[in-house]
Ligand binder design. Structure first.
Ligand SMILES: Cc1cc2nc3c(=O)[nH]c(=O)nc-3n(C[C@H](O)[C@H](O)[C@H](O)COP(=O)(O)O)c2cc1C
Length: 195
């Protein structure tokens, strides 16, 4: 059974990111899935206090729901972030979550990470209206690789454009097919890289 965390960073309760997480969770039934809808949690930005640095654990001094999620991120097999595109980028909430992975940062270690578990998968699924597709795809492919910090070594990114309305992703058969494919990839065993 794979441990998979699905993060929805949208403030819209019935938005596309929410629907994406629900669809993936349904395809991943039977796996150990944690759906984390950021709008329902206390998620604070990194304080840059550096108390987490030069430690073997991924502990954060903050007492919020992101700090509580860090052990699950360390133990997971895969992390998916579903984010809307705001002003050509992932939204602030998604960025906040990625920045809170700072306790994993360890310069001089493989992939600059103190994780005890490499070989994880990471995916970023972005919903948007009309941002230029090619630029957004390159941006998302680059952004998801930032999750190498939590031990990810296998990456996927998807850009679903032309869906400005909440829940519009559900009317796009092509996007739903991509999500089924993503779920199959998340479930599949992947050979660990050796370095
Ligand atoms: C503040 C704000 C900024 C946005 N900026 C962009 C943008 O730069 N490019 C774009 O294509 N869509 C933009 N959108 C549209 C959203 O990306 C789109 O509605 C998306 O489907 C929202 O996803 P959600 O339903 O998961 O919240 C923006 C929406 C908001 C509220």
């Amino acid at each position: 059974m794979k441990k998979i965390i699905l993060v929805d960073s949208s403030p819209r309760r019935k938005g596309n990111s929410s629907a994406i997480v629900d669809l993936l969770a349904s395809d991943l039934a039977g796996e150990d899935v944690l759906a984390f809808h950021m709008r329902d949690h206390d998620c604070r930005p990194c304080l840059a206090c550096a108390a987490c640095q030069n430690r073997e654990t991924q502990a954060c001094v903050q007492k919020d729901d992101v700090a509580a999620l860090l052990p699950a991120i360390e133990a997971c097999d895969a992390l998916v972030v579903a984010s809307p595109i705001y002003n050509q980028q992932i939204n602030s909430q998604a960025k906040l979550l990625i920045e809170r992975l700072y306790p994993f940062f360890r310069i001089g270690r493989k992939n600059m990470s103190n994780t005890a578990k490499f070989g994880k998968k990471a995916a970023l699924v972005c919903s948007c209206w009309g941002s230029p597709r090619d630029v957004t795809e390159r941006y998302c492919a680059w952004t998801v690789e930032g999750l190498s910090q939590m031990g990810a070594e296998h990456f996927r990114s998807l850009v679903f454009d032309q869906i400005p309305e909440a829940g519009a992703v559900l009317g796009r058969a092509d996007y739903l097919a991509s999500l089924h494919e993503l779920a199959a990839w998340l479930k599949a065993d992947t050979q660990r890289r050796t370095q």
